[in-house]
Write a protein that binds this ligand. Structure first.
Ligand code: NAP
Ligand code: ZN
Ligand code: ZN
Length: 346
């Protein structure tokens, strides 16, 4: 076992504090990863603050991990020491169910092993990427293409794949009218990836504060949802809406923005349930759906796509001791557009 520095939440109300955790010695199929950068996802905050139920404290968050392989187990074939790699939201799954066999491990019937606040096969709690190193089975490690810098690659491991997967599933392509609700970590990746796939992307943000950014990132249109006129003007005008908002929204007015047969995909996971008005669905045969990150194969496809198409998250690299301030800024929608911890400052 080795001991490494980390940042952990110890209760829902206390700030994160510096601590140490232990990592297992690599088993035959494990890669030891020297973590260089880790993105801050809003899910880290939901978990740390117990908004999704009581977590198993201490929680070391972080599932947007980018680093370099520092050691490998005896039977590892996919990676070698020095390889640039990433780890996303899960580090294992049952490998036997129909989802795992179909390469959609994120929908593992037995439940995937989450990168943090989970329990590994060894029965030990999992700790995430706000730490100096992690040990992961090679089958759950991603290769980061050379064209992607490690700091910018980190947010792709969650924010990137969470938007890539539904954009592919619901056929983003030229002519497809897509709205992204919320221009945060996930939302800005929706704009960039949607644009790279040729779709016509509209941002629906609370205000026009970030409009210049949104248009620069690739949106064709930008509207404020605080302006009720937005909902009148845009009624029936989208094929697909991706809701990335971390808080509860009144979904009815947004559903009415869909054309006949349109789909609203819920990506944000707010603390409380959201009522759905039946008329908004029934009258135009609209659907509401959800989507969870992506499988290993699709995550690799997304990384390669980003390398090829020059898609990179907009990041603000921070020292580890800024993490609590970063959380406050994310909660205030004051993030452009992903905080990434430089783990050499741990
Ligand atoms: P984020 O960076 O905080 O972005 C969320 C955005 O939502 C904000 O920037 C803001 O955009 C908007 N927003 C926030 N509060 C709002 C409110 N009260 N009313 C209206 N809009 C509001 O968060 P994130 O990291 O992108 O994550 C977003 C959500 O997705 C979280 O709930 C997270 O847990 C979830 N998530 C889900 C998956 C998945 O697989 N489905 C993966 C990762 C994260 P504007 O300022 O533009 O309005
Ligand atoms: Zn995440
Ligand atoms: Zn499974």
């Amino acid at each position: 076992m080795s001991t490494v520095s980390a940042y952990a939440a110890t209760s829902a109300s206390e700030p994160l504090t510096k601590t140490t955790i232990t990592r297992r010695d690599p088993g035959p199929h494990d890669a030891v990863i020297d973590i260089k950068f880790c993105g801050i996802c809003h899910s880290d905050i939901h978990t740390a603050k117990a908004e999704w139920g009581q977590p198993n404290y201490p929680v070391v968050p972080g599932h947007e991990i980018a680093g370099v392989v520092s050691a490998i187990g005896s039977d590892v074939t996919k990676y070698k020491v020095g390889d640039r790699v990433g780890v996303g939201c899960f580090v294992d799954s049952c490998r036997e169910c129909s989802s795992c066999l179909a390469g959609v491990e994120q929908y593992c019937k037995a439940g995937m092993t989450t990168t943090y606040n989970g329990v590994g096969r060894d029965g030990q709690p999992t700790y995430g990427g706000y730490s100096q190193a992690i040990v992961v089975d090679e089958n759950y490690v991603l290769r980061i293409p050379d064209a992607l810098p490690l700091d910018a690659a980190a947010p792709l491991m969650c924010a990137g794949i969470t938007l890539y997967s539904p954009l592919r599933h619901w056929n983003a392509r030229p002519g497809k009218r897509i709205a992204v609700i919320g221009l945060g970590g996930l939302g800005h990746m929706g704009v960039k990836l949607g644009k790279a796939m040729g779709a016509d992307v509209t941002v629906l943000s609370q205000s026009l504060k970030k409009m210049e950014d949104g248009l620069r990132l690739g949106a064709g249109h930008y509207y404020a949802t605080s302006d009720r006129d937005t909902f009148r003007k845009l009624r029936g005008s989208f094929d697909l809406i991706l809701n990335t908002v971390s808080a509860n929204l009144d979904l009815g007015p947004y559903l009415n923005l869909l054309d006949v047969d349109g789909t609203l995909v819920e990506l944000g996971i707010p603390e409380h349930p959201m009522p759905v008005p039946a008329f908004a669905l029934v009258l135009m045969r609209r659907s509401i759906a959800g989507s969870n990150i992506g499988g290993i194969e699709e995550t690799q496809e997304m990384l390669n796509f980003c390398a090829e198409h020059g898609v990179r998250p907009e990041i603000e690299v921070i020292d580890a001791d800024y993490v609590n301030d970063a959380y406050e800024r994310v909660l205030a929608s004051d993030v452009r557009y992903r905080f990434v911890i430089d783990t050499s400052t741990l």
